[in-house]
Design a protein around this ligand. Structure first.
Ligand SMILES: [Zn+2]
Length: 321
């Protein structure tokens, strides 16, 4: 069985042909032009979908889409995009049907990435799994017994917006002190800049800033690796917040596995000590431990999750009677 998988992110999108073992048979990638709006992206996406599906030896059975923004799963409509205008209320099903009449399913990329890792990545073999992606933003998804838990309003698994510090920094969602506002790449960079601007930093970080006139999360990790105590401290604090957030979710859901992806989440050292911190609890000393693992699929978790979602729409031919 072949399915078509689409990953629409903030900076680029990809269209792939995927077989039932999760092998990507062919893929096309193109940039997202944020200022051009949804209509322009869809104009480029349609011929790519048709070209990739045209390459299939066996006909494409279904389409799965991971979208970088909130999706009303029950209605199968995009709610909005934080990056590109013109997506509000959009139905991929209505749009694609005249050109390719196969079952289609869309969900937000946090849920879809979670399913990708569950089926084909670091979550393989687990029963109940929680997935985080820590990158420019912090997203995630919850997969229980093979099913993504979406909640009544398609809002479950918004793990980046779990509040940690009521008077903390402003988050992209408008609230204060969310996990995303404390641990995302831009949050780490901003904390480093605050240290320098506050005059309390006379270290390798300051030298980098003077050279580059800016700092990214990558610089914070590199300086910590070089032994800069300020950068080490900054990452320790981020890991403390992250493990607090994960612990709260683990106490609530009791999964067997937590998978962490994204540029920050899989950066060397970020997950150090997180599994021990998450499992720390006097009453649960003898309880089975939850495993905390780095994501295994890299950039492909959303693409393969979209394929996994599409496969559920169309069961393998052998399973049909
Ligand atoms: Zn938030």
């Amino acid at each position: 069985m072949n399915v078509l998988a689409v990953d629409i992110g903030g900076t680029h999108y990809r269209v792939a042909l995927v077989n039932q073992t999760g092998t990507i048979l062919s893929v096309q990638r193109a940039p997202v032009r944020r200022e051009a709006g949804a209509a322009e992206l869809l104009q480029r996406l349609l011929p790519q979908i048709l070209a990739v599906s045209g390459q299939a030896v066996e006909p494409v059975q279904a389409v799965g889409i991971g979208f970088g923004g909130p999706v009303d799963f029950r209605q199968q409509r995009v709610m909005r995009s934080l990056h590109v205008a013109g997506w509000d209320g959009f139905s991929f099903r209505d749009w694609l049907r005249p050109h390719l009449d196969v079952p289609l399913v869309v969900d937000n990329d946090g849920n879809v990435g979670a399913l990708g890792e569950y089926r084909f990545g670091a979550g393989r073999g687990s029963t109940d799994m929680v997935y985080y992606t820590v990158s420019t933003g912090v997203g995630g998804g919850i997969v229980l017994d093979g099913q993504i838990r979406r909640g009544m309003h398609s809002q479950a698994g918004e793990l980046g917006h779990v509040p940690l510090l009521p008077s903390g920094p402003l988050c992209t969602c408008g609230a204060r002190g969310c996990l995303e506002a404390l641990c995302s790449g831009p949050a780490l960079a901003r904390q480093a800049l605050d240290l320098i601007e506050g005059g309390s930093c006379t270290s390798i970080l300051t030298l980098r800033f003077q050279e580059q006139k800016t700092l990214t999360a990558r610089d914070v990790f590199a300086c910590a690796h070089e032994g800069d105590p300020r950068a080490v401290e900054l990452l320790q604090r981020a890991r403390h917040w992250f493990s607090s957030a994960v612990r709260a979710v683990v106490r609530t859901i009791d999964p067997d596995t937590v998978v962490v992806g994204g540029g920050v989440g899989t950066a060397p050292g970020f997950l150090d000590g997180i599994e021990a911190a998450v499992n720390e609890h006097p009453l649960l000393a003898d309880a089975p431990r939850v495993a905390v693992k780095a994501a295994a699929l890299g950039d492909d978790s959303v693409l393969l999750g979209a394929a996994a979602m599409a496969m559920v729409l169309h069961p393998p031919l052998g399973a049909q009677s």
